[in-house]
Design a protein around this ligand. Structure first.
Ligand code: MN
Length: 289
């Protein structure tokens, strides 16, 4: 199992220098993996990322959220095509990085919708994600759809919805990505969604209820980590946190990051790495109970 950190903990600027800085800080905080924000995979500096990963000896994954012009859950064929082209490029970037996971809100735009998803839109999304799943399989990359709260997508808000969505893509290379921040808003509890997805669960985000320091909010992490242990989950476990002190123009406004919940990324990252690893060690000990 690899423990990772979302790249926006370190910087909101993803040029060559920003990429190197984020990789270095991820390694220094004790993580095994960095999740690169691939909001624009066409401009992502693959060579710089590859060199930084090699120099610091960690691996990468990639995530993104689509926007209105690339919304594969729309009924606008041009947007669906643009979204599929963007996801194809994201797969190619990750293949060049030797990465094994593409995740995030890759099945719809990442925004507050003012109407429910349509049947045709969801079918468009499932068809695209099914094809992306097969393209990614050829490169050894798993594709995971992130279950998000109602204010960030109208397509997948619960683990059970994601399970049905993944099956409907027709690709068994499409799995479910759960995020404790979103689960805390939408799910019945932090245990059952992990059991409900079980073998389909392929990616995990660890975020607090306010997206700040782990353990200072409302998320019931103990139940969540017990469930991961119970199901034998072995995929990436990635810390995600946002503060107005590190701003990504693409992401921060959409996620509503208005407050400064932390300013010392080094301390925050090291704390999260220890928090996650301590929970995993503690829950593994329950086999002796
Ligand atoms: Mn997340």
């Amino acid at each position: 199992m690899r423990i990772g950190c979302h790249g926006l903990v370190w910087t909101g600027t993803y040029d060559a220098a920003g990429i190197r800085h984020a990789v270095q800080k991820t390694k220094e905080a004790g993580f095994d993996l960095i999740e690169f924000p691939l909001m624009d995979p066409f401009t992502f500096d693959v060579a710089a990322a590859r060199a930084a990963l090699d120099d610091y000896g960690i691996v990468a994954t990639g995530s993104l959220g689509l926007d209105e012009s690339t919304d594969v859950s729309s009924e606008d064929d041009a947007a669906v095509r643009a979204g599929e082209a963007l996801l194809e490029r994201a797969v190619d970037v990750l293949a060049e990085l030797g990465a094994e996971h593409l995740c995030g809100i890759i099945y719809s735009a990442m925004r507050k919708y003012m109407e429910p998803a349509t049947q045709r839109g969801v079918a468009n999304s499932q068809a695209v994600i099914g094809r992306i799943g097969e393209r990614a399989r050829a490169a050894g990359i798993k594709v995971s759809v992130e279950v998000t709260n109602r204010y960030e997508s109208n397509v997948l808000n619960t683990a059970r919805q994601a399970r049905e969505f993944a099956a409907a893509t027709g690709s068994d290379n499409v799995g479910v990505h759960l995020d404790t921040y979103h689960m805390n808003i939408e799910e019945t509890d932090m245990f059952n969604p992990v059991l409900d997805t079980a073998e389909l669960l392929s990616y995990v985000h660890i975020g607090e209820s306010h997206r700040g320091y782990l353990g200072t909010g409302n998320v019931d992490f103990d139940s969540f980590f017990k469930a991961l242990h119970r199901t034998g989950y072995d995929g990436p476990v990635v810390f995600e946190s946002f503060s107005s002190s590190v701003v990504s123009p693409d992401l921060s406004r959409m996620l509503g990051i208005w407050r400064n919940l932390w300013s010392d990324s080094d301390e925050l990252g090291a704390h999260a790495n220890a928090f996650i690893r301590d929970k995993l060690v503690a829950m593994a000990s329950t086999t002796h109970h």
